[in-house]
Design a protein around this ligand. Structure first.
Ligand code: CA
Length: 235
């Protein structure tokens, strides 16, 4: 059983999240403010934390490093829609992923699942299939409709970086470090170019992606659970 701590001062939303995560089989602890969150982390060592950034006592951005000092558990922050600077600041302060309010239940639970498995399920089996696309990480081959898809070394490294962490947000700087090397981190135009090339070769559509989702201004993620139909928002 995984233990998830939900830090949210809005009781209605907190209850909805508790019920949703409970249905997924997680054990849920709750905190209504930052002080209670720190106490819960000390007392129960959660496996993951869902953190609303708007709390009554401690600003979420100030709370993040304090949580980080206590636990390595992944943190998913809840942010207001259209507040990209705060989202980026939260990722810089140690958050692993984010969900903007209002969110759909399926999207939310998928994010929590993704941060909990972090290491990646794709890495274990070595083969990822999306529609007519077959990516074999062990044989390092990609086929589309049974036809080999030739990739450049950089395209292959980028594809692997994404596929190995299904559903996990990969911020621009992380991908640049991993694919281009430690000296890189701000060259987002490289990423844009190579993601566009990859999408074209994989037959992926940026406007309606089945493989690579763009998180505008933040990063990219490999879509782990394609075809998931969104439920009505819970928040
Ligand atoms: Ca709040």
């Amino acid at each position: 059983v995984t233990r998830v701590l939900v830090v949210e001062d809005d009781v209605v939303l907190r209850t909805a999240i508790r019920v949703t995560l409970g249905r997924e089989g997680h054990e849920v602890a709750e905190a209504g403010d930052g002080g209670a969150a720190l106490a819960e982390v000390r007392a129960t060592a959660p496996d993951a934390i869902v953190l609303d950034l708007g709390l009554p006592d401690i600003d979420g951005l100030d709370l993040l490093p304090r949580l980080r000092a206590l636990t390595a558990a992944p943190v998913v922050v809840l942010t207001a829609r259209d507040d990209r600077p705060t989202t980026i600041a939260a990722l810089d302060a140690g958050a692993d992923d984010y969900v903007t309010k209002p969110f759909h239940r399926d999207l939310f639970t998928a994010r929590v699942r993704a941060v909990l498995r972090r290491g990646g399920v794709a890495a274990r089996s070595g083969v990822v299939e999306v529609g007519d696309l077959r990516i074999d990480l062990v044989a390092r081959s990609v086929e589309r409709g049974g036809v080999p898809v030739p990739l450049t070394p950089t395209e292959r490294r980028l594809l692997e970086a994404l596929v190995r962490r299904p559903g996990v947000l990969r911020p621009h700087a992380d991908l640049l470090h991993e694919v281009w090397g430690p000296a890189y981190g701000t060259e987002t135009t490289y990423l844009r170019t190579y993601v566009r090339q990859l999408r074209s070769k994989l037959g992926d559509d940026a406007a309606d992606p089945r493989c690579i989702a763009t998180e505008a201004g933040v990063g990219y993620r490999w879509i782990a659970e394609p075809g998931g139909r969104p439920d009505p928002p819970v928040a």
